[in-house]
Write a protein that binds this ligand. Structure first.
Ligand code: PMV
Length: 308
């Protein structure tokens, strides 16, 4: 039997613009995890069990473009396994689905690691990342690759599409409060909405994405210097560009405003938007008040995570 877990993630800066080749910053969130366990079964065939999503099926009965089936088949194909041994892939996850916490990528990474180890050929991180990216395409349509990268390497990353992974130094640890709107919002839809805007007026949106790219670069510098106050201002600025991209919504905006009023140094939506999660920059002192304010403003749950 083999077991592997992978963390969730949040995007700190640069979502959406990252799809167009601009940088983004993201960090792992270890408080939430996806776990895959692979064990022999006596029934025969490859069984996939995911009670969280009410799935219990034979791999052979899943559609070829089912993300879980594609990940499992991707591992078999990479390892040249034409007759897979009878086994059960069991999945558990505490990462909410379709909320910007990278649940799809974490499930993929956990399966790839656990299954390749079960088959006696544990894969290198680069191979895990490449396979998980293939599955991201099924979840997201046109993903930048940021989710699978942060989740695979489980480190803070400064990410640019198709460029080698770069991690960054955290000058002084800081606390991010994550709050869930409870609205499930497929990233595929917000990404395609932004693409429509961009197609209709490329020079305008390229300018906006360039400004977001500058915010991301400045944020990385602020994190490296440990300049938390500056980081908060940059989060606010990034949120207003995301509003222009039409990927915020009234529920996210209300949480952002509530967090700022309760003492957060900055706040923004995180991930695909139009639901899902927002993040707020807090200190040990302001964290309890911000968490309370977020809950009263409608957050379904809050998670505090330290970066660095
Ligand atoms: O919704 P999430 O956390 O999976 O983030 C998606 C980030 C986007 O930039 C909107 C899309 C992408 O593929 O990078």
């Amino acid at each position: 039997m083999t077991t592997s877990s992978a963390p969730g993630k949040i995007i700190l800066f640069g979502e959406h613009a990252v799809v167009y080749g601009y940088p983004a910053l993201a960090v792992p969130v270890t408080q939430v995890q996806a776990t895959a366990t692979v064990s022999e079964n006596s029934r025969g065939g490859v069984m996939v069990e995911a009670p969280n999503i009410n799935l219990s099926a034979d791999l052979a009965d899943l559609a070829p473009d089912h993300p879980l089936a594609s990940v499992i088949k991707g591992v078999f194909s990479l390892l040249g396994v034409s007759r897979p041994p009878a086994c059960t892939v069991y999945l558990q996850s505490t990462i909410p689905v379709a909320s910007g916490l990278g649940s799809g990528a974490a499930v993929s990474v956990a399966i790839i690691r656990s299954l390749s180890e079960f088959l006696g050929h544990p894969l290198e991180d680069e191979q895990v990342n490449a396979l998980a990216f293939q599955a991201e395409k099924l979840y997201h349509g046109n993903p930048s690759g940021i989710d699978n990268t942060v989740v695979t390497f489980a480190k803070p990353v400064y990410f640019i599409k198709k460029k080698p992974i770069k991690t960054f130094h955290v000058g002084a640890p800081f606390i991010i409060m994550i709050a869930d709107t409870g609205i499930s919002a497929p990233t595929k839809e917000s990404v395609s909405a932004v693409r429509k805007l961009w197609m209709a007026d490329k020079p305008h949106w390229d300018k906006i994405f360039t400004r977001v790219g500058e915010i991301v670069w400045n944020a990385r510098q602020a994190i490296e210097r440990g300049d938390i106050a500056e980081l908060g201002k940059l989060m606010d600025a990034n949120h207003s560009y995301l509003q222009k991209m039409t990927v915020s919504c009234s529920e996210l905006d209300q949480l952002v405003i509530a967090a700022r009023k309760a003492g957060a140094l900055g706040a923004k939506l995180s991930g695909g938007g139009r639901g899902g999660n927002m993040i707020a920059l807090v200190t040990k002192e302001t964290a309890p008040a911000v968490a309370r304010a977020l809950s009263s403003a409608g957050a379904k749950r809050t998670i505090a995570t330290q970066v660095g």
